[in-house]
Write a protein that binds this ligand. Structure first.
Ligand code: GRG
Length: 309
């Protein structure tokens, strides 16, 4: 594996996705200004951009040029941002802060935040459908894949399972099921977008020679994505526990996780770290037959469990 220059690569991806999102979002000075401003507020400025970065890295692994993945990267982030806006609303988590700033409904109002979340969702599919860098067959498949990942069979379904589990004693399998849907589905979709672009390259003779994505490669990338999706959520919960422990001196994982079932609350902090590390090992094993083009995916797997935010 070549030396890990993930920092510069992430910076490059972030700069690129920022520009793509800025160009695709409606201008703040066009009517309806308040809706547009809320949409831009919810998306631009911060956020780790993990899903777009994954899509770009997966494109690199499959030999797909980045301009063919810009729309997918933007659509993923738009869906992600829309879910955060809705998740923060009083009817769900009722949060005041997101990414260190007032949540969308605090900065605007509940009704505007509800509409902005809806509008970000529809914009995601518009951006994918209108993307002239991909042949129609790729666009249709990307729209369908993202809809599946975001909807009742994916992230939204995971949120519903999470709500239904409140006050229940969850075992590890039930918890995994929630994580796989709520967090994992969109992360898998990010990697799948590049696989679709590669598979549909035959339509674009200029790319075809470089892209011979086989079903086995697509399945291997999907296994990679499923593993790091779960590892990402475990790390999220570990950061929560360890953040709380650092700030208020709590030592019990269960206490620090606010009595919610999480990997650290069910298994303890050390075993949760071990589970995340095992998932990363399995993710890396799935990339065994990929060449140096998959190095960014390999670096991201490491980042997922070593990140501090
Ligand atoms: C509107 C499509 C739509 C869905 C609404 C509310 C809801 C249904 C789903 C909630 C899904 C949710 C909040 C999942 C949490 C996933 C997660 C780990 C979020 C944090 O992601 P990061 O760390 O956040 O990538 P940043 O801020 O870096 O973007």
């Amino acid at each position: 594996m070549s030396k890990d220059p993930l920092g510069p690569l992430m910076a490059q991806c972030r700069e690129r996705i920022e520009a793509v999102l800025d160009a695709r979002l409606p201008p703040a000075d066009a009517s309806p200004e308040r809706l547009h401003a809320a949409m831009r507020y919810a998306v631009l400025g911060s956020g780790k951009r993990v899903r777009p970065i994954l899509a770009y890295a997966a494109a690199q692994a499959t030999g797909v040029p980045w301009e063919r993945i810009d729309a997918a990267a933007a659509a993923l982030e738009l869906i992600h941002a829309s879910s955060l806006v809705h998740d923060d609303l009083p009817a769900l988590d009722d949060d005041d802060l997101r990414r260190g700033q007032p949540t969308c409904h605090k900065a605007f109002d509940d009704a505007t935040a509800l509409l902005a979340g809806d509008a970000l969702q529809t914009l995601a599919f518009e951006v994918l459908a209108a993307d002239e860098h991909n042949p129609p067959a790729a666009r249709v498949r990307m729209v369908a894949r993202l809809a599946q990942a975001a909807g009742a069979a994916g992230m939204l379904g995971g949120q519903a399972l999470d709500l239904a589990s409140e006050g229940q004693q969850l075992d590890l399998d039930a918890l995994k099921d929630i994580h796989r849907h709520k967090t994992g589905a969109l992360i898998r979709a990010a990697v799948a977008m590049a696989a679709i672009a590669a598979e549909e390259s035959a339509q674009q003779p200029a790319d075809a020679a470089d892209n011979a994505q086989t079903p086995a490669q697509t399945a291997a990338m999907d296994h990679y994505a499923a593993c790091i999706g779960l590892a990402f959520q475990i790390q999220d919960d570990l950061l929560d526990v360890e953040g709380d422990t650092a700030v208020i001196g709590k030592t019990s994982g269960a206490d620090a996780a606010h009595h919610k079932a999480t990997y650290p609350s069910l298994l303890g902090v050390e075993a949760a770290h071990a589970a995340a590390a095992e998932l990363v090992t399995s993710a890396l094993a799935a990339l065994h037959d990929f060449g140096a083009g998959a190095d960014p995916l390999r670096w991201i797997a490491g980042y997922i469990i070593h990140r501090d935010r």
